[in-house]
Design a protein around this ligand. Structure first.
Ligand SMILES: Nc1ncnc2c1ncn2[C@@H]1O[C@H](COP(=O)(O)OP(=O)(O)O)[C@@H](O)[C@H]1O
Ligand SMILES: [Mg+2]
Length: 499
């Protein structure tokens, strides 16, 4: 629901207190005024510097800058039963949470609540940060806002183009209808000021706003939100640059429309996330980048190793902040790489339970967050994965990434030839695929790279022989770790689906 609709509903449903956490006070005041005007409610505003006044301003009530005096005044107003009985109104109290740690203020505030309960009169605390005493939590509805709507963002885009036109540097916009929707979606979650500034950055260097500016928007957004630097913005990859993963590809194709509100599938619940586990170097990280592209979501990687701070207790706070940032960045794809490293199950005793608590925070968030973010996690070492993470319902699916089969190995050679501008026709690909049984994708890529060095050293064009030579010289990891891999496969057999 849109925030203004939600506000309307809360006021109508006689909620005594609404905490309106807003990054843009003026915008929110406008929204609130629209609501009071439409619904015939009175409006009062208070701030520490202006005191209490009725809107449209009839002057300020005497000596109401002081929070307690103001509350006494409000109490008097709402209790008045005389000829001009008090009409339902909303009281907009700016930054008022800051005064609620005073016992008298808190008491007066509760007195007002008791007076206005079950009336349409509402106290709206308007502030950029949400903080409320525990005992008021149950009476307070929390809303976040101040963000422009999609329509307003489109208006801001048009403004940017228009303004530049006045300043005589001609700025062009080259976006299809679909692309505009994408750009608008990427700009959501920013304040009006921030949208303006990001748009300016998009056009400043090339005087054109087009789809390639999505990258700039995403990295600006990340800079704005992620002050701790726990999230990293990544560019996505094309699904065609990945060999194998047939089941994952099919799974995604069936679900990708859920994230795009124009399609019929948008009515279906969007998938929450997947876990890719399996053998190192077989393309898990690469697959995540392609998943994000398929779903049409920007990709952010959560760096778990940076999460752990020296100071016990702070790491949980850091994770909480990062997850809140994800909320602001969504819809997005959250990539948790090598998840076992962050949530190691065995370290509980060593670190005083920090990793256990971190895991708890993460699981709770997975369960309860109501954003359209998709979690894509990878794991190499399943034995270190806490069982809670694998329980049904956490991830929509757990995929096992095995060594590539012969067909995938052929595809791997083709992909990596093409990546280096080599024509696949010039090589005996079936022979190469047959020779690389037990090789991971990363190892296959490496044979091509090393062979290229060898060939250029000998001043020869690369041929099949160069690569076969490298293959013979490589001892694949899967042979060194064959026992580990066998047991991984056994583990995965009943618990996962082949990727
Ligand atoms: N299935 C694959 N298709 C294409 N390239 C692959 C594949 N598997 C591995 N690679 C190559 O190996 C590199 C390393 O793989 P990566 O995704 O980091 O593996 P993992 O995360 O499973 O350890 C990739 O960047 C890619 O170049
Ligand atoms: Mg990886």
């Amino acid at each position: 629901m849109r925030v203004d609709e939600e506000l309307r509903l809360l006021i109508k449903s006689r909620n005594p207190v609404v905490f309106f956490e807003s990054i843009d006070e003026l915008h929110s005041l406008e929204q609130l005024t629209e609501i009071t005007t439409d619904s015939g409610l009175g409006q009062f505003r208070w701030s520490l510097t202006d005191g209490l006044s009725k809107i449209p301003a009839e002057g300020t009530y005497y000596q109401t800058k002081d929070p307690n005096r103001m509350l006494e005044m409000v109490l008097g107003l709402v209790s008045y039963q005389g000829a001009k009985k008090f009409q339902p109104a909303i009281f907009i109290l700016r930054d008022f949470h800051k005064y609620l740690d005073n016992a008298l203020t808190l008491r007066l505030f509760k007195d007002v609540i008791n007076k206005i309960r079950n009336t349409q009169t509402t106290l709206v605390i308007l502030s950029a940060e949400y903080k409320i005493p525990k005992e008021l939590e149950s009476e307070t509805a929390h809303l976040t806002g101040g963000y422009p709507t999609a329509k307003e963002i489109e208006g801001l885009i048009i403004d940017t183009i228009g303004e530049s036109w006045q300043s005589k540097t001609e700025i062009k916009m080259s976006l299809t209808r679909d692309e505009t929707t994408h750009v608008v979606a990427a700009l959501q979650g920013l304040s009006i000021q921030q949208v303006r500034s990001v748009l300016n950055q998009c056009v400043i260097s090339d005087n054109i706003l087009n789809i390639s500016d999505l990258k700039i928007i995403e990295s600006c957004k990340k800079k704005i939100f992620d002050k701790e630097g726990l999230l990293e913005f990544y560019l996505t990859e094309d699904m065609n640059s990945i060999a194998g993963f047939d089941n994952l590809k099919r799974w995604l194709a069936e679900r990708k429309d859920c994230f795009h509100p124009t399609t019929a599938a948008a009515a279906l619940p969007a998938p929450k996330g997947v876990l890719l586990m399996g053998i190192q170097g077989c393309g898990k990280s690469l697959a995540i980048k392609a998943i994000a592209r398929e779903l049409g979501l920007p990709l952010y990687r959560l760096d778990l190793s940076r999460l752990y701070s020296k100071y016990i207790g702070e790491s949980e706070e850091n994770l909480r902040k990062a997850l809140m940032t994800v909320q602001k960045l969504s819809p997005c794809c959250l990539w948790v790489d090598e998840i076992e490293k962050g949530f190691a199950s065995s370290d509980g005793d060593i670190d005083g339970g920090v990793s256990q608590r971190i895991l708890g925070t993460f699981l709770t968030w997975m369960q309860e967050h109501n954003t359209t973010s998709f979690i894509a996690a990878t794991a190499n070492n399943v034995y270190r994965l806490p069982p809670e993470l694998l329980r049904k319902g956490r991830f929509d699916e757990i995929f096992f990434v095995d060594l590539p089969d012969a067909r995938s190995r052929e595809a791997l050679f083709k992909i990596h030839f093409q990546k280096r501008n080599l024509k696949p026709d010039g090589f005996d690909i079936p022979l190469l695929a047959a020779a690389t049984h037990d090789f991971s994708g990363a190892e296959i890529e490496q044979t091509v790279i090393s062979a290229l060095y060898r060939a250029s050293g000998g001043k020869e064009p690369l041929n099949t022989g160069h690569i076969l030579e490298q293959i013979r010289e490589t001892k694949p990891l899967s042979i060194l770790k064959s026992e580990e891999i066998t047991s991984l496969r056994t583990w995965a057999k009943d618990r996962t689906r082949l990727a």
